[in-house]
Design a protein around this ligand. Structure first.
Ligand SMILES: Nc1ncnc2c1ncn2[C@@H]1O[C@H](COP(=O)(O)OP(=O)(O)OP(=O)(O)O)[C@@H](O)[C@H]1O
Ligand SMILES: [Mg+2]
Length: 152
């Protein structure tokens, strides 16, 4: 399973395999992953697969309404990883950045998985990884992974 771009996902199990390989290949104990792509392209599905690859077994809600859902996962070494899954689609009050504790989350160690990061600019720190998903014909998804300067 390649994690090098571009990647083509022909079905949901390709997304799962990618998530497992991505988690196995990178130290995500303190990282920001931005998931980019059009409405309904599959960002939350990938976030769920990443969370499952990090050992989250319970129900994984989309953070669309709450903006953030938090978890404690385990990396491959069995080390605890604080994980925050954000969806900023409905974020429109900059005061909430402070009040809801988002600033504290980004200032703390942990993995942050972010959908709709553009709606939280310029408050959001730069991501370590950008994973972009594009829907092609016949339900095929083309995925590109871009490490930013801080990526590992
Ligand atoms: N890799 C995939 N393979 C097959 N179907 C998928 C895949 N990813 C997502 N889907 C389907 O696409 C639909 C939308 O997925 P999802 O909610 O993950 O998108 P999203 O990008 O998070 O949407 P939003 O922009 O609203 O946050 C779901 O019905 C899901 O089952
Ligand atoms: Mg979503």
């Amino acid at each position: 399973m390649s994690i090098h771009s571009p990647i083509f996902w022909h079905n949901a199990s390709a997304t799962q395999a990618f998530a497992q390989a991505f988690v196995a290949a990178h130290d995500l104990t303190n990282a920001i992953i931005e998931l980019r792509g059009d409405l309904g392209v599959g960002k939350t599905t990938l976030a769920r697969d990443l969370l499952q690859a990090l050992g989250i077994t319970g129900r994984i809600k989309s953070p669309t309404y709450a903006i953030v859902e938090t978890y404690t996962g385990q990396d491959l070494q069995g080390k605890d990883v604080a994980i925050s899954h954000f969806d900023f689609y409905r974020f429109n009050d900059p005061a909430e950045w402070e009040e809801a504790g988002f600033r504290d989350i980004f200032a703390s160690k942990g993995l942050k998985i972010v959908e709709w990061a553009n709606k939280a600019q310029p408050l959001l720190p730069a991501p370590d990884w950008v994973i972009s998903i594009e829907l092609l014909e016949h339900d095929v998804r083309c995925v590109t992974v871009t490490p930013s300067s801080g990526g590992n």
